[in-house]
Design a protein around this ligand. Structure first.
Ligand code: KG4
Ligand code: ZN
Length: 392
């Protein structure tokens, strides 16, 4: 099975073609082609992702990325007839995405239908204006090429992203089969979730943030220290320097929100507010002060994340951990999760750096698991769901 996937839930526009090999007992996945454009630098001046800009950028970049995929063959003018037959409908589908219908029709008219069995598109969670662009683009392609399509949950993408390693494109999932139930720890700029994975396709969200996501808290804290967006890596850097240099902290103690609550939930916005008050009280911050804030903030995040993850592992008799989301670029968080897994004597799986941030390859893999319970259809009425949950 070959899957063309489309991801536009936030500020990455991405396409991928993944081949699923089902000839063995457990499927293996190969990336045949992928293209991605990150809008992060365009959102930097707003200090966060600006939905209207994200939508516009997705509409502008989808066709160039489709061309860049280098998978849809250029075969001259063979497709003109398809265009004649579907032009009006395509224009209707893409009526809210300025310029996209024209660019797509132009592209289709000199490219042939690709060798793809299913189109998978992220339908949520995410920014609804951004999600709609991907959904409508996928619907137009589905109609033009008469290829059935399915909606995919972005968070399932983060869960399955570890199944594909960059230098080891044939990762067998057999090693994980013995290790359910698994605990997925999903930490990104948009999400903080602990998910009980009973099997691929069978999930239960057991904990989540009640306000800001972990990455968002890093970014907001960074802003308080006058660091550029996205601030996560800058905070991580300062915290690491503080630990490396043994900088002494004799003035700052931040809260560990919900550390002792009997659930698996997180709350990060109070932590950011505590940083704000502490920084205001301190006045002008020296370089060392900034390092102290970064270290204390990061330690607070890690203390709560590890405590809640440990509680989930013990309460649910978890057999393995799966990590996903852009924040796992953070080495301190990674190291502490690894230590936790070692202490609990269970394996822990991380995706590559490239597949930990938003991408379309993970959407294709999640799309494969989605086909196990959802029948792909030609141009179905899929609705963007900003708050789509993994719970059934
Ligand atoms: O998954 P992602 O690329 O975007 C979505 O949220 O969908 O994650 C980006 C987030 C940003 O908040 C960024 O600041 C954070 O991940 N981040 C980090 C690090 N690298 C990226 N946070 C902490 N430490 C890092 N090293
Ligand atoms: Zn994401």
């Amino acid at each position: 099975m070959k899957i063309l996937s489309i991801e536009t839930s936030c500020d990455e526009t991405a396409l991928s073609v993944v081949e699923v090999n089902e000839s063995t007992q457990d499927p293996t996945f190969d990336i045949l082609a992928s293209s991605l454009y990150s809008q992060a630098s365009k959102h930097a001046e707003f200090g966060g992702v600006f939905p209207a800009l994200a939508k516009r950028e997705h509409a502008r970049n989808l066709v160039p990325l489709l061309a860049e995929l280098d998978y849809v063959q250029k075969l001259g003018d063979r497709s003109e007839e398809i265009v004649e037959n579907t032009k009006k409908e395509v224009e209707d589908i893409l009526v809210r995405e300025p310029g996209l219908a024209e660019a797509l029709i132009e592209f289709i008219s000199n490219h042939d239908k690709p060798d793809v069995d299913v189109i998978a598109v992220t339908s949520g969670p995410g920014l609804e204006p951004a999600l709609w662009v991907g959904i409508n683009f996928a619907r137009a392609l589905s109609l033009i090429w008469q290829i059935p399509m399915i909606p995919v949950n972005h968070m399932e993408g983060h869960i399955v992203s570890f199944l594909l390693h960059k230098n080891d494109t044939n990762t067998n999932i057999e090693e994980l089969n013995a290790s359910f139930p698994a605990l997925a720890i999903l930490i990104s700029g948009g999400h903080t979730e602990l998910v009980l994975v009973k099997n691929f396709g069978d999930y239960e969200v057991i904990g989540q943030t009640t306000d800001d996501a972990i990455g968002e808290a890093y970014d907001k804290t960074a802003r308080l220290l006058d660091l550029p967006y996205p601030g996560g890596p800058h905070i991580a850097n300062l915290a690491q320097q503080a630990r490396g240099e043994g900088v002494e902290n004799d003035w700052l103690k931040l809260p560990r929100p919900l550390l002792h609550s009997p659930d698996y939930n997180f709350s990060l916005s109070g932590l950011k507010t505590a940083v704000l008050y502490a920084v205001q009280k301190r006045g002008d911050l020296s370089d060392n002060d900034k390092k102290i804030v970064a270290q204390e903030f990061e330690q607070s995040v890690v203390d709560v994340l590890i405590k809640k993850s440990r509680k989930a592992i013990e309460d649910y008799n978890i057999q393995s951990c799966i990590v996903g989301g852009g924040v796992i670029a953070n080495q301190f968080i990674r190291d502490n999760l690894q230590i936790l897994a070692d202490e609990q004597n269970i394996p822990i799986f991380f995706p590559t750096q490239e597949l930990s941030t938003d991408n379309a390859t993970m959407i294709a893999i999640a799309g494969y698991f989605t086909t196990k319970h959802t029948e792909p259809e030609i141009c179905p009425d899929i609705v963007a769901q900003g708050n789509l949950s993994l719970n059934k």
